[in-house]
Design a protein around this ligand. Structure first.
Ligand SMILES: [Zn+2]
Length: 312
C-alpha cells in the first residue's frame, strides 16, 4: 500500500510503500474515502509543528472519513461498512500515528463519529477539524444565540464556517477580513457588513466577537470593540502574546475565553448541520497522486477552498 509520509526535517512529503494496518483490540480499520489536507500538514513538514508528530516516518492526513473495513476485539457498537469520520486529535491518526494519506487507517473507537448518509465524503472529512473547531468557538465557547450581533475576525476556512454556523443560530454577522479579495464572498454569505478591522464596528454593540486570526492586535481590537458585558473568543494562534486593555476588560465586564479544536459532540453537531444542508465547506477534490502538489500549493498560500484527497 502506498502512503504519503513525513520522513524527516527539511524533506518534502514522500510517497512510501507501507504495510496495511490491522485493528488491535479496541480499534477499527477504516477504508478511507476522503482525507482533507490541512495547513497543519504544512507545519508538520516545515518544522513549525514537527515536534507534535508521534514518530517518523509517519503518514500524514488527519481529516479522515470512510467505511469501517475491520473491527478489532472488544469493540462494540461498530460494524464493517459503517460510515465514519475521525475526530482530528494530536494523539489520533495523521499526527500521533499513521493518518489518512494512505488507503487504510487504524484508529481507536473514541475518535469515531458517525456520518449521516446525506453528508458527502469530502464534507465529512472537513467536518472533523475545521468544522468542529468553528462550531466549538461559536456555539460551545461563544454561546451565540438568536438575535446576537456577532463579529468574525478572519474569513478563511475557519471563519467562513464559523459565520455560517452563527448565521444558522440566528445571529447577525459582522466580518473583519484584511484580504479585500474575500469581501465579495463575505457579502455573498449574507453578512450584515464587512470591513478590514473589527474596530470599524465599535458602534454596533457586538455581543460576541470570535477571533479566528489571533494576531495579538486582533485580540486587542476585539476587547476594545465588543459591547459592555460581551464575550471575546480566542481561536487563532498566529501570535503568542497581545496587548490587551485590562481596564476596558474590567470596567466593561468583558469575558475573554479560549477555544481549542472540537470535541466529538461539537463534531457531531457539525455533521448534523451538513446533513440538513445548513453548512457547507468549499472543497477542491484531488486524486491520491496529487497530494505532494497540493501540499506545495497550500504552502504558497492564498487558497480558500480546502483540498480533499478522494479514494475509490
Ligand atoms: Zn488540521
Amino acid at each position: 500500500m502506498q502512503a504519503w509520509q513525513y520522513v524527516g526535517p527539511n524533506q518534502p512529503i514522500t510517497l512510501n510503500e507501507v504495510d496495511e494496518p490491522t485493528a488491535a483490540s479496541g480499534e477499527v480499520v477504516v477504508a478511507v474515502r476522503a482525507a482533507g489536507i490541512c495547513h497543519s500538514d504544512v507545519g508538520f513538514l516545515d518544522g513549525t509543528m514537527t515536534n507534535l508528530l508521534g514518530y517518523a516516518p509517519i503518514t500524514l492526513g488527519h481529516e479522515i472519513a470512510g467505511l469501517i473495513s475491520e473491527v478489532g476485539s472488544s469493540v462494540t457498537g461498530y460494524s464493517v461498512g459503517d460510515r465514519v469520520a475521525l475526530r482530528a486529535d494530536l494523539t489520533g491518526a495523521g499526527c500521533g500515528r499513521h493518518g489518512g494519506f494512505q488507503a487504510k487507517v487504524a484508529t481507536a473507537t473514541e475518535f469515531l463519529l458517525r456520518v449521516p448518509e446525506s453528508v458527502s465524503w469530502d464534507q465529512a472529512a472537513v467536518a472533523t477539524d475545521a468544522g468542529g473547531t468553528a462550531y466549538r468557538a461559536v456555539m460551545t465557547r461563544g454561546k451565540v444565540r438568536t438575535g446576537d450581533k456577532v463579529g468574525i475576525i478572519g474569513f478563511g476556512g475557519l471563519g467562513s464556517l464559523g459565520s455560517q454556523i452563527a448565521r444558522r443560530a440566528g445571529a447577525e454577522i459582522y466580518v473583519a477580513e484584511t484580504n479585500l479579495e474575500l469581501h465579495s464572498a463575505v457579502r455573498a454569505s449574507g453578512a450584515a457588513a464587512v470591513g478590514t478591522d473589527i474596530a470599524e464596528f465599535a458602534d454596533e454593540e457586538l455581543d460576541v466577537i470570535i477571533d479566528f486570526a489571533g494576531f495579538g492586535t486582533t485580540s486587542a481590537a476585539a476587547v476594545e470593540t465588543v459591547r459592555h458585558g460581551g464575550r471575546v473568543v480566542q481561536v487563532g494562534l498566529a501570535a503568542s502574546k497581545g496587548d490587551i486593555n485590562l481596564q476596558r476588560l474590567t470596567v466593561d465586564e468583558i469575558e475573554l475565553v479560549g477555544s481549542l479544536g472540537g470535541t466529538n459532540e461539537d463534531n457531531v453537531r457539525v455533521l448534523d448541520l451538513m446533513a440538513s444542508g445548513d453548512l457547507h465547506s468549499e472543497t477542491r477534490t484531488i486524486g491520491f497522486a496529487e497530494v505532494a502538489d497540493a501540499v506545495a500549493e497550500l504552502e504558497r498560500g492564498g487558497l480558500r477552498a480546502r483540498f480533499v484527497v478522494m479514494y475509490e
